[in-house]
Design a protein around this ligand. Structure first.
Ligand code: DX5
Ligand code: ZN
Length: 224
């Protein structure tokens, strides 16, 4: 079985959002750009929504990795796929019909992904893995950048990777929250292959160098 790619997806949450297009230009050496959409209902924070994502995608050639922290993704998520997002992630806790939604996203040309808050078990989703292109295992409570990585979710990442390996499927595992030089190795060792990093990249003096370092550390820890 081929190894999944090691991908770095910086989150713009910690960037200067008043200059979003320029800020995305600073991370072009990354594999994806992670866009955190928050509605102040699913999480206690508010960022940006569809009009901003649509306009941004007109101004960048980067592939967008949209993370929807919103209620009613069943209603809103497909529009992000239609806007050209390469990947659309919705929360398991918010979707009423995750299989239907995943199929709708794939029909629109996006990779379909389900996100799990730290206390949400992966087991109810394991039989549905063939419907998905990625599982996002949150390594903080969603809502804010700059929080500490929760080591307690590492066993969930490992169980998810074991289930994917057993299927022989090409399904990615993303980690998001507190990913840094100090933590990325543990996440990769557990089986994650897509790494979101917000503050680690945007607070670095040289974001491109930080992306390269994170990629090297993750690759070195992929021991399987
Ligand atoms: C948090 C967001 C993350 C956030 C990560 O709810 O989903 O994408 O930007 O920020 P850091 O890397 O600073 O934890
Ligand atoms: Zn995110």
């Amino acid at each position: 079985m081929s190894l999944p790619p090691i991908l770095i997806s910086p989150s713009v949450l910690d960037s200067d959002l008043s200059r979003l297009s320029e800020e995305v230009g600073r991370i072009e050496s990354a594999d994806l750009v992670h866009l955190d959409v928050m509605d102040n209902h699913f999480v206690p924070n508010l960022t940006f929504g569809l009009p901003v994502v649509q306009r941004l995608l007109e101004h960048t050639s980067m592939r967008a990795d949209v993370h929807l922290m919103i209620e009613n993704p069943d209603t809103w998520a497909t529009a992000y796929a239609e806007a050209g997002a390469a990947s659309v992630t919705f929360h398991a806790e918010a979707s009423r019909a995750p299989v239907k939604l995943a199929r709708e996203l794939r029909e629109r040309g996006a990779r379909a992904a389900v996100a799990l808050r730290p206390a949400t078990p992966v087991e109810p989703y394991l039989d549905l893995l063939p419907e998905l292109d990625m599982i996002l295992v949150m390594t903080v409570e969603p809502g804010f950048g700059g929080q500490s990585f929760i080591d307690g979710v590492l066993p969930k990442i490992a169980r998810t990777r074991a289930a994917i390996d057993a299927l022989g499927a090409d399904i990615w595992i993303q980690v998001d929250g507190g990913v840094s030089r100090q933590t990325i190795g543990r996440a990769a060792d557990a089986g994650a292959n897509v790494f979101v990093a917000g503050s680690a990249v945007y607070r670095a003096d040289d974001p491109a160098a930080e992306i390269a370092t994170l990629r090297e550390l993750a690759t070195a820890s992929w021991t399987r």
